[in-house]
Design a protein around this ligand. Sequence first.
Ligand SMILES: *[C@@H]1O[C@H](CO)[C@@H](O)[C@H](O)[C@H]1NC(C)=O
Ligand SMILES: *[C@@H]1O[C@H](CO)[C@@H](O)[C@H](O)[C@H]1NC(C)=O
Ligand SMILES: *[C@@H]1O[C@H](CO)[C@@H](O)[C@H](O)[C@H]1NC(C)=O
Ligand SMILES: *[C@@H]1O[C@H](CO)[C@@H](O)[C@H](O)[C@H]1NC(C)=O
Ligand SMILES: *[C@@H]1O[C@H](CO)[C@@H](O)[C@H](O)[C@H]1NC(C)=O
Ligand SMILES: *[C@@H]1O[C@H](CO)[C@@H](O)[C@H](O)[C@H]1NC(C)=O
Length: 855
Amino acid sequence: MSICHPILFIIWVLSLLISFVLSSSSSSWCPPHFSLQTDRQFEQKSDRFWEFEEQSNSWVEVELPYDLVSCVDGNCTTVGSIAQMSKKTKDHRNREDSVPEQSSSSFRKKDGGKGGVKVKENSDMVLPLRKRISLIKMSEASIWVTGASGSVYERFWNGVQWVIAPHDLPVLAGPANSVFMVNQTILALSEAGNLYQMHLTENSQPVWVDFLPTVDHSTKQEPEQNSTFQLKSGVISDDWERLYFCTKNGSLLELVGIEPPRWVNHGRPPGANVAAIADAASVRPEVIFTLSSIGDLYEYDRSSKPSWKKHIWREGTTTEDTSLIPSKGCALHGFGGSHSVSLFLLTKGGNLVERRLHQRKWKWIVHGSPENHHLSSITSVSQDEFNEKTSSLFLTTASGSVLEYRVPKYSGSAQDNQIEENWVSHTHPPHAKLARGISGMQFQVGRIIFPLDDGRLAELHLPGLGGETAGPNYQINVRRKASLKYVWSILDSPETEGWNAEYCTEERGPTNCIMGIKDEPSDENVARSMSRGRKGSKEQQNYLSLGSISSSDPRLHTELYNMPANWINMNFRLRVMQGGRSFFLITDSGLTFEYLNTENVWIWLRHEHTTAMKGAVGYYNGSLFLVDEHGSLLIRERSSDGLAWINCTAMKKARPILGGPPWDKLPGKGLRVTAEDALFFVSKTGRLLQFTVALRKFKWKDCRNPPNTKVAGIVDQEIFRENIVFVIGRNGRLYQYNKVSEIWHEHRQSQHLVLSRLPGTAMRPSSLSLTGSLFMLSEDGGLVEYHWNGLDGWNWVEHGTPHRSVTLVGSPGPCFQGNQLFLIGSDGNVYLRYLDQTTWKWKNCGFPYMESTAG
Ligand SMILES: *[C@@H]1O[C@H](CO)[C@@H](O)[C@H](O)[C@H]1NC(C)=O
Ligand SMILES: *[C@@H]1O[C@H](CO)[C@@H](O)[C@H](O)[C@H]1NC(C)=O
Ligand SMILES: *[C@@H]1O[C@H](CO)[C@@H](O)[C@H](O)[C@H]1NC(C)=O
Ligand SMILES: *[C@@H]1O[C@H](CO)[C@@H](O)[C@H](O)[C@H]1NC(C)=O
Ligand SMILES: *[C@@H]1O[C@H](CO)[C@@H](O)[C@H](O)[C@H]1NC(C)=O
Ligand SMILES: *[C@@H]1O[C@H](CO)[C@@H](O)[C@H](O)[C@H]1NC(C)=O
């Protein structure tokens, strides 16, 4: 499953040989690791500080002045205090959202002029860092992505449409965090710091093979240096022939040859580490710019002496914000005068700065940032040399918007400090924010792809020139004009990220992995490829993002619904332990029985416990999860020395439980075991709780609830869609929780459709296709289906009731063969809802009738 089609790989390699455009936007992955410097004074640069509140498991902003308290054995002393900064300095920082949308109004550095509308500050707006996400353009028809889940996949244009091919690393390698290509060799870096090379096996299957960095001993390194390096991030050189890495312990490493592997360790600057590579030979040939975790810029030129030079800020610099973010910068030539070269970087305060070399002199130029915006990453776009009067940089803010910084190109007469600056906001696609701190990638002129915070991708493009249905345009003759507005399109991601892009197939047709065929006689395929286009825009409307809602929001208070006391007992009374061999039954009085088939005989077995049981709420790898009258979650399992109970509520961060997933994944059927395997439960207070069970490393996590409602019950956990938990809110609406991105989404749902709070049933006929449905009941006892397929995306289908006089009671029963569903009617009969050819029909199955034996 994790291997792409061999021919795809070969064709894809060929297409690389033909041409590929260089994009220097592959991002760097070096989170700052802070080292202590004793000779430094701490300087307060912010007025906003957060405290971790263990009770709510969240960060709470503190009010200043704030005392820093140190407690030793309960003896607490105040060791310091954070005070309010003076008004003037404060104004330079902590800003959020105010650039006018796509109106190319110009404003000065934020210190100077005011521009745009002020938006109320929202402390929730700084997005989390998604460490594993990266994008790289491999050819005109191929983009490789590492997702937040650590998966590797390729978006490939097969001539008809974009298809997705999985290229995941072997399970033991753990999650990937970036992919590189150098001299037609593809390498992937794992989060653990190891490198893998893609090889073709004898039967032409691509596989990942270890590619361990061991330093060449012929260099001046100490001979005993043999231990393998753990790599943190890498940057491809400007000419695509070298790869530079920073190691986890802060050295600069260069890959100079692949067959055989040849590595050179360049070490580190004196007194500092290499936390990120800012530029690999695109500013000046053979020269590498690095950033230390403290935020200083260094230049490394092995042919000069000394090799490492530090680029310092002169005393009396106008800005105090000179510490740089360790991430990749962006180099522009001829921007500040003929033969000048500029390296654009970001400061930790979120400002854009430039290091410019002009007429043999280096200088720093502060470009700042628009008011209320904190810049977090740079996306460089290749500039059109001939027709452009301006150069552009695209910057992602910490709150997930994209700003474009337009600067007129050097005209020869203008003085540097008279350059007029132009900030234009492209905001973000509807219901989705950009991933913070991660660079996008220019795919073609006028088409830039950015990773989204929710795990999908977004394309910023000129109208008609991009989006899910637009392939590579080989002859682009469009010049970017200031008057042309960019638009956003959302590109779907595969299920590894909890989304709906299906993997390509080997079958002939539009979704073939290598060559899409669209001129097939079958109308179905034409309709399919056409409707794929509609899907893109439609799907985007189905997922509604949930902003944070304050507790004063009226929506929270309309919630009158409380869960009935016997809710667990009503819904979680039976659970299969082993298909065809054993199931559990919980009685009204709280006794636990197992019906067990042993040596072809069925027997009843009683499982004694000190407290009365309420229900069986989950199953995983031989362990049954039960909940008792106090809401404690208990595991019942057969261990080496007989039967055992484990109290999960006795573990850290546990909460009383109200419910669990209605159905379990049955072992066998292509079930993937991962280190992230978890069961989800609903707490008595209406929160979703994640309980990690993989490899018995038990751990609780609070996933909270959608901001506008509490969780009533789980409709489905990961049977319908891997990494997604569907829940019904106490307000009768459908929500989903993405296990990878930890984001809640609401699904578009008619105001008139109120779902019952009963658990649901998921139907997914094949693990190879994402097509399927969730079945739920409406509040008035009708059957409701929420269906997904590749043609139309999501759709609600209301099936109603079997008869006018009968409503459905109790949660939907099991689903068979992907087209049969059992339900219980208010008249006590069992009803079957089944698909007859293409029509749904009802069938009354009656009820089990016991013939009187008394005679
Ligand atoms: C508490 O700590 C302070 C400072 O370390 C020390 O002077 C004081 O004696 C301690 N008090 C107790 C009760 O240990
Ligand atoms: C160097 O690494 C190789 C391969 O991992 C190992 O066999 C060898 O013993 C190591 N030598 C030293 C001196 O550590
Ligand atoms: C970094 O790690 C490598 C491999 O473990 C080691 O050889 C090297 O000495 C380390 N460098 C520093 C500066 O700690
Ligand atoms: C790539 O090829 C060039 C030219 O043949 C060579 O100089 C360079 O060392 C190669 N790089 C790697 C990493 O193999
Ligand atoms: C399980 O642990 C919780 C928390 O320590 C405790 O309150 C509860 O009584 C325990 N239940 C059983 C059945 O041991
Ligand atoms: C499944 O259970 C066995 C036996 O308890 C255990 O050794 C194994 O680690 C478990 N597997 C997973 C993925 O949790």
